[in-house]
Ligand binder design. Structure first.
Ligand code: GRF
Length: 214
């Protein structure tokens, strides 16, 4: 039995992962509804994608809040207004405050374009990640979907997928190969939560077996 996740999405940029989640929902691969999308960037493509799908799209200006906790307080209030029960970070470039993380404990999922715990942490976003992977001469890289705690890229890992790193790769070509996997794996990870198949033991996300489909 799955329960429909009531999603609140946070995004700072173009929103291709957000769009992939919407696709998975419309293709009945993900039992979820996006209740609201919030961006901290007024020009984020994600805001336009939400508007096109008639999903409430809210820009919260960082300038209006004196500290990160009060900014997150506004996000939290908006999520409560829309009755969000699960939070998705789809390219969101802010660290969440302790109060927010506790409010949605084990109900916040992030996607990172490398195999954590390598190539994560503060400053590891966008092209910085792929340049570091190439600079270290990795032969494989990939994507990680993980629960969010108070540290950057740190909570329990829910799903990972590998891609090869080619000798001819640039940061852009590697990012593009990783992104194809991101667009599949994020919705798959969310569906595990819809099916109540994730248990947290210490720092591990244990994935329970699914029901066989007839
Ligand atoms: C993705 O590469 C994701 O892994 C990272 O930020 C990027 C967001 O891309 N967290 P998009 O806005 O979803 O297109």
């Amino acid at each position: 039995m799955s329960t429909t996740l009531q999603l609140g999405v946070l995004a700072s940029g173009r929103g291709s992962n957000f769009a992939a989640i919407l696709d998975a929902i419309s293709q009945n691969k993900l039992d979820a509804k996006v209740k609201v999308l919030i961006s901290n960037k007024q020009k984020a493509g994600a805001l336009e994608i939400a508007a096109k799908h008639n999903i409430p799209a809210v820009f919260v200006s960082q300038k209006k809040f004196s500290d990160p906790a009060s900014f997150d307080g506004e996000v939290s209030r908006t999520f409560e207004e829309y009755e969000v029960d699960f939070v998705v970070l789809a390219g969101y470039l802010r660290l969440l405050s302790q109060k927010f993380v506790r409010r949605y404990k084990n109900r916040i999922l992030n996607i990172h374009p490398a195999l954590l715990p390598s190539f994560g942490g503060q400053g590891m976003y966008g092209h910085h990640v792929q340049e570091a992977v190439l600079g270290r001469g990795c032969k494989v890289s990939g994507v990680t979907v993980h629960l969010v705690d108070e540290l950057f890229d740190h909570g329990p890992i829910v799903k990972q997928r590998c891609v090869p790193v080619l000798e001819t790769d640039s940061a852009d070509s590697l990012a593009a190969r990783v992104l194809v996997q991101e667009h599949q794996v994020f919705a798959e990870a969310l569906q595990l939560f819809a099916e109540n198949r994730v248990e947290i033991e210490n720092h591990r996300a244990i994935i329970l077996p699914g029901k066989e489909k007839n």
